[in-house]
Design a protein around this ligand. Structure first.
Ligand code: WT7
Length: 570
């Protein structure tokens, strides 16, 4: 049934003998890669940046290579240390303390990275927000986290409902000021701030980042990660990304999502590697142009991007010199075997799929450079991680049987809390296993194969969207009485968001109204959460307890059998 595995290329991989390492591995073996193992003083920003800045051989190496259509800039490890120290001093001046939440809501820019690191350096917790979020999405995250400070730009300030956020004490504006003396001017204060800092030493178990992510019910939840995650972020940087001293690495994810922090900040810098940052969403020419211009060697992207490049055709690819590329990786959605085969043609390289989630903090299952790839499989667990397929009671199922993809509790980068919701956190764990919400099976060789989500979470172009959030926004529109939202399979985007709604009295169906409703969600939440399709129904199917039966909507949409409908209300 499966296509022939694609053999690993001979080469100097960082994990040559997977089976051997896997059998005997203990996470403690990684500890001696960090200064805290001897000094007892911990801070992930120190290990990622300052440690290299203090190394005479590394300090002048480029850490950050930033490029956007109108700006190009690079910062060495020494410069990044100084800039983040300066920002940490700005935070201190304004009374930010260990454990405070400081959120960032801005496009990718060098200032984003200086600020992010500065926040960690004072022991505060960074909360990066995707720049496309609109008012409601911004509000919900700042309110839930009780963020004390926000770093943003004058352009995005209108989406921050300051009057509704009593905990938000201060706003730092990057790249220009606004009327009113309540704002902190990034440029001005950075100029005045010292570049020397007493960094805040923390505990491995102290918080560092909160990422909000969607489930199938309720508002987005705050996934809380601690400094200890660095152990796994560093190790996977070597084993999975195959990072080496002279690599030029490019992760295309925005730091508003976990890939953009764990693998857009921590993994490359913990490994002391040059990190390319490119802002915005781009055309195939921009993608290839960036690879060529910076001679990228290791490239981490997503199926959506690869599918776009595939459909642009090989004529576009052939215009560029992509010979610097050594290693390509993919995450976020199923990587179709066709795309893996296209990668072999277009780049003469394998595309290495890997699996993890916001909650897991780092990669857990991967196609290592040294393993044969079975196209369509996510690969095998990383050393130190036990993965299995379990039933709903947490019993391990035999190979080839489909069930819940689960991970034995206790890997280094595991989330430590769902912010302020301990019962929600506990609900992830059954019988000592973290249950992911994905269904999968393991084959006889120990490779894992993704089958789908077991809950109603939507994955559109690799971005995770909770149906509840979209439904809540839809019913705020005066024309909408009820709403049910599902993911509908789509060849390019994986899934698109489809909404079923009922109309209130006095409204009737028209294209203008549907477009207005779509824009309403887009303006309230964000473009990626707006339904591409809206269908008007007479009723929305609900259980007797009032829960929307999204599964039934989906079956109708796909023309599938409707299954058990005994809980359907009359
Ligand atoms: C969900 C997590 C942290 C990675 C970025 C997304 C899906 C992730 C794969 C893969 C098929 C995948 C799963 C997972 N997913 N990787 N290789 N193949 N599906 O993080 O937003 O927390 O989403 O993305 O459904 O549960 P996220």
């Amino acid at each position: 049934m499966h296509m022939k595995p694609i053999a690993a290329r001979e080469g100097n991989h960082n994990l040559k003998d997977y089976e051997q390492v896997y059998k005997n591995f203990d996470w403690k073996e990684i500890n001696n890669q960090f200064s805290w193992d001897t000094t007892g003083k911990v801070n992930i920003a120190y290990e990622a940046v300052d440690r290299h800045a203090e190394d005479p051989n590394k300090k002048d190496k480029v850490a950050l290579l930033y490029s956007s259509p109108d700006r190009e800039e690079s910062l060495t490890f020494a410069q990044l240390k100084e800039k983040s120290n300066q920002f940490a001093n700005v935070l201190k001046k304004h009374n930010v303390e260990k454990g405070d939440r400081v959120f960032l809501f801005m496009p990718r820019s060098p200032e984003f990275y200086m600020s992010f690191l500065g926040i960690l350096k004072v022991g505060a917790i960074a909360g990066p927000l995707f720049e496309a979020f609109m008012e409601q999405a911004v509000h919900d995250r700042l309110e839930d986290s009780e963020a004390k400070m926000l770093v943003t730009t004058p352009e995005l300030l209108d989406r921050v409902p300051q009057d509704k956020l009593p905990h938000l004490k201060q706003i730092v504006l990057v790249g220009g000021m606004r009327e009113g003396n309540q704002y902190i001017d990034f440029e001005q204060e950075m100029k005045q701030a010292s570049d020397e800092l007493e960094i805040e030493w923390v505990d491995l178990e102290d918080g560092m980042v909160i990422h909000y992510t969607s489930g199938s019910t309720g508002k987005p939840k705050g996934v809380y990660h601690v400094h200890n995650a660095m152990i796994q972020q560093y190790a996977t940087g070597r084993w999975v990304l195959d990072l080496k001293e002279d690599d030029v690495y490019w992760c295309t994810a925005d730091p508003g999502w976990v890939t953009g922090t764990s693998y857009g900040i921590f993994a490359p810098w913990l490994n002391g590697v040059t990190n390319v940052i490119r802002g915005g969403r781009f055309t195939p020419e921009d993608w290839y142009g960036t690879l060529e211009k910076y001679k990228v060697t290791v490239w981490y992207s997503a199926p959506t991007a690869f599918r776009k490049l595939l459909s642009a055709g090989s004529e576009v690819a052939n215009k560029f010199d992509l010979s610097s590329l050594r290693h390509i990786l993919s995450v976020g959605e199923p990587l179709n075997p066709e795309v893996v085969h296209w990668g072999l043609e277009a780049f003469d390289k394998r595309i290495h799929d890997n699996w993890w989630m916001t909650e897991t903090g780092a990669q857990l299952i991967s196609n290592f450079p040294s393993l044969p790839i079975k196209p369509g499989s996510m690969g095998k667990p990383i050393p130190g991680v036990e993965a299995a397929i379990v039933d709903n009671e947490g019993n391990v199922l035999p190979p080839k049987q489909m069930g819940n993809l689960a991970i034995k509790k206790g890997w280094p980068s595991m989330m430590r809390q769902i912010w302020k919701r301990p019962e929600k956190y506990e609900s992830y764990f059954i019988n000592g296993w973290y249950v992911s919400g994905d269904s999968a099976y393991m084959d006889e060789d120990g490779y894992f194969w993704f089958q789908g989500r077991l809950d109603d979470v939507i994955n559109t172009s690799g971005e995770r969207v909770g149906p509840f959030e979209v439904e809540s926004k839809l019913i705020e529109h005066p024309a909408v009485a009820e709403a049910g939202v599902i993911g509908k399979p789509d060849p390019e985007r994986g899934e698109i968001i489809k909404a079923f709604i009922t109309l209130r009295e006095g409204y009737s169906q028209s294209d203008e109204l549907l477009e207005e409703i779509r824009l309403f969600v887009k303006k309230g939440l964000s473009a990626h959460a707006a339904p591409r399709e809206i269908e008007i129904k007479d009723t929305i199917p609900k259980t007797r307890s009032g829960k929307i039966m999204r599964r039934l909507l989906k079956s109708w949409e796909l023309g599938l059998p409707t299954g058990d409908t005994s809980t359907l209300e009359e």
